[in-house]
Design a protein around this ligand. Structure first.
Ligand SMILES: [Zn+2]
Length: 249
């Protein structure tokens, strides 16, 4: 998983994964160059924290907490007595979003402007997602009417599915309960059963399900630890530069 482009001299201090992924970063270069005279300085004046929003990853928004430094300019004749270190690969000065997030938003804005159909589709998708996130299922009928009025073919099969199973969809959009854990367990049970198809009776199946529970939990813990570690490593070893990302965009 690529969290952010290659940033020389930036270290990930902390990763918190919740509804939002928060990465705490700190700059490590021994010196920074004065933006006025270009002279490198290692004399730190102070530190401060900068917040940045980045592209989402695995469906979760990413927030960067950057610990950056201010330096004294060592050239006496320079008018800039104190300057802040910059991270040109990551963001523009004073920006609240990373460069790649800004670029993606700009591409989306242009696409929406170029096609009224895309603009309508974008709004419909956003409204539906809002219902999911805020559990406001009471707006479902209005949403279905808006889709009908838009005459967008791309939504037809989705709407048919929603209408066929409306009670369940409404419950999903309103209640706080989720059948996710149950579905996950059913899926696990089916997978184990199918992997030993025709080779065993219920006794062995039972053993495997119970045995897998403990083993699965251990594996999950291990995987989580590994994921945290790889997030940290990504900061120092990534080579998906902003240039590459903007080329794709
Ligand atoms: Zn200077």
């Amino acid at each position: 998983m690529i969290i952010f482009p290659d940033l020389p001299n930036v270290e990930v201090e902390r990763v918190e994964v919740a509804e939002e992924i928060t990465l705490t970063l700190r700059t490590t270069s021994p010196t920074a160059s004065c933006r006025s005279c270009g002279a490198a300085s290692s004399r730190i004046q102070s530190r401060y924290t900068r917040m940045l929003h980045d592209l989402p990853s695995v469906g979760r928004p990413i927030r960067l907490i950057m610990h950056v430094r201010r330096f004294f300019c060592k050239k006496r004749i320079c008018t800039q007595k104190i300057f802040t270190e910059r991270l040109p690969e990551l963001c523009h000065p004073h920006a609240q979003r990373t460069k790649r997030l800004q670029e993606e938003r700009e591409t989306l804005r242009q696409l929406r402007q170029a096609s009224p159909h895309l603009e309508a589709a974008y709004h419909l998708v956003e409204t539906f997602l809002q219902m999911v996130r805020q559990r406001t299922g009471e707006h479902l009928d209005a949403w279905l009417a808006a889709v009908k009025a838009s005459h967008l073919e791309a939504f037809e099969s989705f709407v048919t599915g929603v209408q066929q199973d409306k009670d369940a969809v409404l419950a999903g959009l309103t209640l706080e309960w989720s059948s996710g854990p149950l579905e996950g367990n059913v899926n696990r049970l089916k997978l184990i059963k199918r992997s030993m198809y025709g080779r065993a009776e219920i006794d062995l199946l039972k053993l495997r399900v119970l045995y897998h529970s403990k083993k699965g939990q251990d594996r999950k813990n291990k995987r989580n630890k590994k994921q945290q570690k790889s997030l940290k490593n990504s900061a120092s070893s990534l080579h998906a530069t902003t240039t590459e990302i903007s080329q794709v965009a």
